[in-house]
Design a protein around this ligand. Structure first.
Ligand SMILES: Nc1ncnc2c1ncn2[C@@H]1O[C@H](COP(=O)(O)OP(=O)(O)OP(=O)(O)O)[C@@H](O)[C@H]1O
Ligand SMILES: [Mg+2]
Length: 379
């Protein structure tokens, strides 16, 4: 079981899955190296971040999840140096943030947009005035500000509310203004700290899809802090899990959902599909000569008659005990719990066949050699 910080930036790909084109670019846009941050609270010292190393690649929507107090906000505030780490290195778009002077930091922060749970809009300014604000600070002339504000409000679907005041807007509309304002200076990176936590589920989805579309269209890197796995599942390409200021897991969202490594991740996944498989099935004793396996089908392979083909190619009998189909981002994701019966070598051939066609195979019982497997960890 892996329950300690992983080597920085390690990303485990789902079998058969291809890395998104953005994620294959080599130089990360955000690099954290051994970042540590503590606070003094009265007589006690709180280690908010402990030796965090992380790589985030350009164009990726990167989720950071953890329980309350895990250190998520501290982490995101270190990226734009609103919090200064005690030690460690933070690089954003090629700049060593920890080595910049205050005035250099002010300029560097223009390349890093941020959105917040409670929107942080200026109530005395209109929608257009809020979006114009960072452009005014950056010293643009009035005409280009007007043109840019119009463009941004169109992007977030609020062109017709330019003259409204924040109190006249719904939560979702306020967050759209927050997004437009954060994008005003064409940032390399958008940081989002619980940006949908104050919104109802439907508005949350609309805002998440807007962020995803903007990211895909502009190649914008987004770091999403959240305590909800649903947010990660909906739009994040990759996810890091932090607990007690430590990085406990990092990887592609599909892998983290199908094969969570740390107990904290499994706890956060409760209520999501992974944890809804009846526990007694995962612990089921298998008959001699059988193997109990969890099969995950993601993307194209979820639409193919894989089990029928398995039986045609290999002398095994699959007994399907459980099945469901969900969606992970916009891809179908099937899960089957199957008992595979046959001669031991045929069962092995069957497992190999499944892996080769792109199914993720997790052996749950009988002859299990997977030290990480979920049932053995007393989920
Ligand atoms: N300015 C501060 N002074 C003292 N302690 C702080 C400060 N900021 C954060 N902390 C402490 O650091 C730890 C991490 O806090 P942080 O706000 O990063 O957590 P979080 O994961 O964002 O939590 P939440 O989900 O509740 O927002 C907590 O124990 C918190 O009390
Ligand atoms: Mg927080």
């Amino acid at each position: 079981m892996r329950n300690k910080p992983l080597p920085s930036g390690e990303v485990v790909l789902f079998p058969g899955e291809k890395r998104s084109p953005q994620a294959t670019k080599t130089t990360p846009i955000i690099r954290l190296r051994n970042v540590t941050k503590s606070f003094n609270s009265g007589a006690t010292r709180i280690e908010a971040l402990n030796d965090i190393s992380l790589d985030i690649h350009r164009g990726v929507i990167f989720g950071v999840i953890g329980l309350s107090g895990a250190g998520k906000s501290t982490l995101i505030r270190c990226i734009n140096m609103l919090e200064k780490p005690d030690c460690g290195e933070i690089e954003v778009a090629g700049q060593q943030m920890t080595r910049l002077s205050e005035s250099e930091l002010m300029v560097a922060r223009r390349r890093i947009g941020m959105i917040f749970q409670h929107f942080n809009l200026l109530s005395s300014r209109t929608v257009a005035g809020n979006v114009a604000f960072p452009l005014e600070i950056a010293g643009f002339d009035k005409r280009s500000i007007r043109a840019r504000v119009r463009e941004l409000l169109e992007l977030v679907g609020l062109a017709d509310r330019a003259d409204a005041y924040p109190t006249q807007l719904s939560g979702g509309q306020k967050q759209r203004v927050g997004i437009a304002r954060a994008l005003a200076n064409e940032p390399d990176v958008l940081l989002s700290d619980e940006a949908t936590s104050a919104l109802d589920p439907e508005t949350t989805l609309q805002v998440l899809h807007l962020l995803r579309d903007i990211s895909r269209r502009m190649g914008l890197t987004i770091v999403m802090i959240t305590h909800e796995m649903g947010v990660i599942r909906e739009i994040c390409d990759q996810v890091a899990v932090i607990d007690g200021g430590r990085l406990v897991e990092v990887g592609d969202t599909a892998r983290v959902f199908t094969r969570p490594q740390s107990p904290v991740t499994r706890r956060l996944l409760r209520g999501q599909m992974e944890a809804e498989i009846p526990a007694e099935l995962l612990k089921r004793e298998t008959h001699p000569g059988c193997k109990l396996v969890k099969l995950s089908f993601l993307g194209e392979v979820a639409e193919k008659p894989v089990m029928a083909e398995l039986v045609r190619h290999v002398a095994v009998t699959p007994n399907i005990l459980y099945g469901r189909i969900d969606r992970l981002q916009d891809r179908p994701w099937g899960t089957l719990i199957v008992e595979l019966a046959g001669e031991p070598e045929d069962v092995e051939k069957g497992l190999l066949y499944l892996k080769n066609v792109g199914v993720d195979v997790d052996v749950l019982g009988n002859g299990n050699t997977n030290a990480n497997h979920s049932a053995s960890q007393g989920r």
